[in-house]
Design a protein around this ligand. Structure first.
Ligand code: FAD
Ligand code: NA
Length: 385
């Protein structure tokens, strides 16, 4: 194989490695991608009937406080001024999230000062004071009190995990921030926005370098024997699969999406509406046109919505969120030891490290791999282990 580096997977991690190695180190890079498109889960495309940009693997919001990542991203795309906000429907009423002073005033039906709201939540959380929470429900009640837990956490969490929160471990939530202000911006990073001409245009510009060849619909494992031990490799696919599931499968949650074109110019008035009621089967509805209010070419009489359902992943499903049970963590340690022993292969990204990574984290982590592992290997001959 006449290349310097093979990258398995064309998500943000793989493309950042490929782009830096091609542009900065002058290497010839072959990117192998199992799917029929680049970009991993950040991929987006125009819905054919309406032209509205949809995110096929779930809504993607870009935000970062990492100046290096922000500077790097802007080489490939400009960003809109989009700021993410989320609302939740519960028992026929709408509330703003994350839980903030506005949510509390709306929910309890009167005005609270920040101090009054703090005192109320402390009083309502007192029922589990003084002992270790035994399950997710007790943990949540200890943080925000029973009424807000029952309204905004209980049903939503039960649907996310297909499990009663009383049967879930308390560790699933470490914090449940309540904001005692009316600020309902979802992210508090320094930089936030959406790529002006879409995620796929951004991802394609990263791959658009004469030293980069992308092969779609190509599974790394079909070429493994030609690659491993011969060409330095960065693998961003599932860690357990690389080792033939020798230590068992790492657990993931997956999502199912239902896309629908609606005959109205505006279905819900906002990009994301959560559904906290347990008897509503989906967790949320995305309405993609609202991510780009600046786009004047979107039709005025039709809109695209996507309902999201959550469940445990089987082997054939797309792995989305690591479950991270104690057994998963033990397995992960054993797989990590095996990965260190695999000479010439580096493991990275969300699937390759069994770690949920936002896009900015995947990019930052890939830039570090180039700095700390790949550049020293290719410029100083340091071994790639
Ligand atoms: P991925 O994007 O998963 O890319 C891995 C690629 O490797 C895939 O294209 C896959 O097909 C390919 N691959 C796997 N195995 C093989 C193989 N054997 N051979 C060849 N190719 C292979 N981030 C945010 O910043 N904001 C968000 O709002 C956000 N929302 C998200 C919502 C969901 C539902 C999910 C799952 C993720 C979300 N993310 C979000 C994270 C983002 O999608 C990426 O996961 C992140 O950028 C990490 O990228 P990656 O390259 O590590 O992984
Ligand atoms: Na290795």
């Amino acid at each position: 194989m006449n290349v310097d580096l093979v990258v398995a997977g064309s998500g943000f991690f793989g493309l950042t490695v490929a782009e830096r190695c091609a542009a900065e180190l002058g290497l010839r890079v072959l990117v192998l991608e199992r799917r029929n498109h680049i970009g991993g889960n950040a991929y987006s495309e125009a819905e054919p009937e309406t032209g509205i940009e949809i995110h096929r693997y779930g809504a993607h919001l870009f935000h970062t406080s990492n100046e290096r990542v922000w500077e790097y991203a802007q080489r490939f795309t400009a960003f809109t001024g989009y700021q993410h906000r989320v609302y939740s429907t519960f028992k026929g009423r709408v509330y703003s999230l994350p839980i903030n002073l506005g949510t509390i005033c709306e929910y309890f039906g009167r005005a609270f000062t920040p101090d009054e709201a703090r005192a109320l939540v402390a009083e309502q959380a007192a029922e589990v004071a003084g002992r270790e929470p035994r399950d997710l429900e007790e943990k949540a009640v200890s943080l925000i009190g029973r009424p807000l837990y029952e309204a905004f956490i209980r049903g939503y969490t039960a649907k996310q995990w297909q499990t009663d929160p009383r049967d879930l471990p308390p560790e699933i939530i470490t914090r449940l921030p309540v904001r005692y202000t009316f600020d309902n911006r979802y992210f508090n990073d320094t930089h936030e926005g959406l790529p002006v001409d879409g995620y796929t245009a951004w991802l394609e510009r990263m791959a658009d370098h004469p030293n980069i060849e992308v092969r779609l619909e190509t599974d790394f494992f079909d070429l493994r024997d030609e690659v491993v031990g011969r060409v330095p490799t960065v693998y961003t696919g599932p860690l357990d699969r690389y080792f033939g599931f020798a230590e068992g499968e790492l657990g993931w949650r997956t999502l199912d999406f239902e896309l629908e074109v609606k005959p109205t110019g505006d279905f819900q008035g906002t990009p994301v509406m959560n559904y906290a009621d347990e008897d509503v089967p989906y967790t949320r509805i995305h309405e993609f046109r609202h991510f780009h209010p600046e786009r004047s070419h979107y039709p005025a009489d039709r809109t695209v919505i996507m309902r999201e359902f959550s469940r445990f992943a089987d082997r054939g499903d797309e792995p989305y969120y690591p479950i991270n049970t104690p057994e998963d963590r033990d397995r992960l340690l054993r797989y990590r030891a095996m990965a260190r022993g695999e000479d010439g292969v580096l493991f990275g990204g969300r699937l390759g490290t069994y770690k949920y990574l936002d896009m900015h984290m995947a990019i930052a982590s890939a830039l570090s791999m180039v700095d700390n592992r790949l550049r020293p290997h290719f410029t100083e001959g340091r071994p790639l282990t």
